[in-house]
Design a binder for this molecule. Structure first.
Ligand code: THG
Length: 264
């Protein structure tokens, strides 16, 4: 399981304030802590202020890359902001994200091809967000076909089937897990990725729901997750799940984590 560290995100209160204050130390320590905890990529998102996002994004990228070599997941809804980041970033990028929306795909897929990125594709179309596993799977196929046609190999494609809250729609857990299975198995070596926390929106005890989803999603074929690797409770579930799924040779990572107390 590949972990995308989620904390360098300007929509989070502390990170947003640190970006505005150009607090180099806070940002660099947050980057290093997530790498030390096991992040494979660091998600970098400068927040949503249209007049500041590009400048904030480029500052964030430079500041992080002064202290870590971990590849970045460049996260913005704006293709223009993503393009500006790609101009200055070092190393291979996981580009977050395109969708199957006409204009978005037209702008982002060529960028991913040009810069040899790994690419996240959200299962979103011009007419809206899908609710069922089958709808998500059909949209995933569209994105994969378009990305392949642009020269992006299947193993570099990460489909995000979009996590919807179970508080409003109780069937969404099952639909999400079925979509995870369909995409990861029928479109292999295409990967499935998502942020876990939307599942629990509107409910108490959110971390319990988020980490239980992680275990179930891993069993369904989730290949990468946007999450907080400095959270011991979720990392314990992740290490245990890897061991149970045969993704941890001789359970070495599990035993090491147990011994060093990092499972909590
Ligand atoms: N898919 C893709 N990219 C994404 C998301 C996704 N990028 C952004 C987001 N979703 C994932 N990143 C975060 C980062 C932090 C938090 C959640 C998701 C987080 N939220 C707390 C909460 O919601 O309660 C705390 C909020 C706060 O402190 O202000 O920590 O799904 N491709």
């Amino acid at each position: 399981m590949r972990i995308i560290g989620e904390k360098l995100n300007g929509t989070l209160k502390k990170t947003g304030a640190a970006i505005q204050a150009r607090d180099v130390k806070f940002i660099q320590e947050l980057a290093q802590a997530q790498v030390q905890a096991g992040a494979y990529w660091l998600d970098v998102n400068a927040g949503t202020h249209p007049d500041r996002e590009k400048e904030d994004f480029c500052w964030l990228i430079k500041t992080v890359q002064e202290v870590v070599d971990t590849p970045l997941c460049l996260d913005s809804a704006s293709p223009e902001v993503l393009a500006a980041g790609l101009e200055i970033v070092k190393g291979q990028v996981l580009l977050n994200s395109t969708t199957a929306e006409t204009e978005k795909a037209k702008a982002v897929i060529p960028l991913a091809a040009k810069y040899n990125c790994q690419l996240i594709g959200l299962t979103l179309v011009d007419t809206g967000m899908p609710a069922t596993a089958d709808e998500r799977f059909e949209i995933a196929k569209q994105i994969v076909d378009q990305a392949k046609a642009a020269g992006i190999p299947a193993e570099n494609i990460y489909i995000d089937p979009l996590v919807r809250a179970i508080s409003a729609e109780p069937e969404q857990g099952r639909e999400l897990l079925n979509a995870t299975w369909l995409i990861s198995h029928k479109l292999a070596p295409v990967n499935v990725v998502y942020g876990l926390s939307n599942i629990s929106f509107g409910l108490p005890g959110r971390p319990l729901l988020n980490r239980t989803l992680l275990a179930m999603a891993m069993a369904s074929g989730l290949g990468a997750a946007i999450m907080d690797p400095t959270d011991k409770h979720i990392m314990a579930v992740l290490r245990a799940s890897e061991a149970l799924l045969g993704q941890d040779e001789f359970c070495m990572n599990y035993m090491t984590a147990f011994r060093d107390g990092s499972l909590g």
